[in-house]
Design a protein around this ligand. Structure first.
Ligand code: SAM
Length: 304
């Protein structure tokens, strides 16, 4: 069965696309994650600047869109940027996409955006998928504060220094990683961050999507013998804030956390298993949960 064309499924709006630079997110796997506005923009743009014309050509063909594609990537960006700015100066609309996900997120585009702003052009985001946020969402780790790190250095010594520099970061950390480097990165993180809760999200939105959650040393051990295939995001809990938390102070712990701890104690779990489970579920450091579980269980069974 052939796919319905974009025009048949959803006619583009009658309003023409405004001149300027349009930053268009595309799927990170599942093609149905494309947005209607992304399709409209790609169909209407005078030029679609993309990392690889073959990759984006396939995506557009899937949706029945014909577009003027122009390569804009790490190899030719310095040469192509003035030409794209010239096209904007001439009143054209330019859509920028990357191979997958959101442009500018560990992908080219930042300098082009700066140059377009400096030349007085309109710059608009057409938001959509990005692996970093999808992984954060499914990680089970706190989402109120996070830091996107992207790729770590491939060499051991530099990577170790980068991880050490992140040890005091209170927000949840998000890393992009490749299969062959996953075990070494997780091991280095476990050595420096200790047993913080983490999640490894692989092949998100694709057929073999997998999310593993656990303490860093356990995750490192899981892939020690065989590198996984596919694309990977590693999400790690931020700095444990034990000092700020008094296990006896009710205000320091949310009711939800207390309720989770109580439920597991009542179900007969040992304090250490309760601590491991709740820490894994919430991203709260294991030791902090353990101390709170101890405080709550003492209240239930005060020493004679
Ligand atoms: N701009 C993209 C975005 O918005 O996510 C990221 C581009 S970066 C060059 C590619 C990296 O993103 C991969 O090596 C992997 O770490 C991550 N990634 C992309 N797609 C993914 C997916 N479906 N599942 C897990 N990680 C993914």
């Amino acid at each position: 069965m052939t796919e319905p064309s974009h025009e048949a499924a959803h006619p583009p709006p009658a309003v023409p696309l405004a001149p300027g630079l349009h930053l268009v997110a595309t799927p990170i796997g599942n093609l149905r994650d494309i947005t209607l506005r992304a399709l409209d923009t790609l169909a209407q743009a005078d030029i679609v600047a993309c990392e690889d014309t073959r990759v984006t050509g396939r995506l557009l063909a899937h949706f029945g869109i014909e577009a003027r594609l122009r390569a804009y990537n790490d190899h030719n960006a310095a040469r192509q940027r003035p030409a794209i700015i010239e096209a904007l100066n001439a009143g054209n609309s330019v859509a920028l996409v990357s191979d997958a996900g959101s442009p500018l997120v560990s992908d080219p585009g930042y300098r082009l955006v700066r140059a377009a702003i400096a030349a007085g052009h309109r710059v608009e985001a057409v938001p959509g998928p990005t692996a970093a946020i999808a992984a954060l969402q499914v990680s089970g780790l706190p989402t109120d504060r996070f830091r996107f790190v992207g790729f770590l250095a491939p060499k051991d010594a530099k990577r170790r220094r980068q991880i050490e520099a992140l040890a005091g970061e209170p927000g949840t950390l998000i890393f992009y990683e490749s299969g062959p480097r996953l075990a070494a990165s997780l091991r280095a993180m476990a050595n420096i961050f200790g047993d913080r809760p983490a999640a490894v999200a692989r092949e998100l939105t694709k057929r073999y999507e997998e999310v593993r959650r656990g303490a860093l040393p356990d995750l490192a051990a899981a892939w020690e013998s065989a590198a996984p295939k596919g694309e990977i995001v590693v999400v790690v809990a931020g700095r444990p804030d034990e000092a700020a938390r008094d296990p006896d102070a009710d205000a320091a712990f949310g009711e939800d956390l207390d309720a989770m701890i109580r439920a597991r104690i009542e179900a007969g779990g040992s304090l250490s298993s309760v601590a491991a489970a709740v820490a894994g579920q919430t991203g709260t450091p294991r030791r902090t949960v353990y101390q709170r579980a101890l405080a709550l269980s003492r209240r239930r069974n005060p020493p004679a």
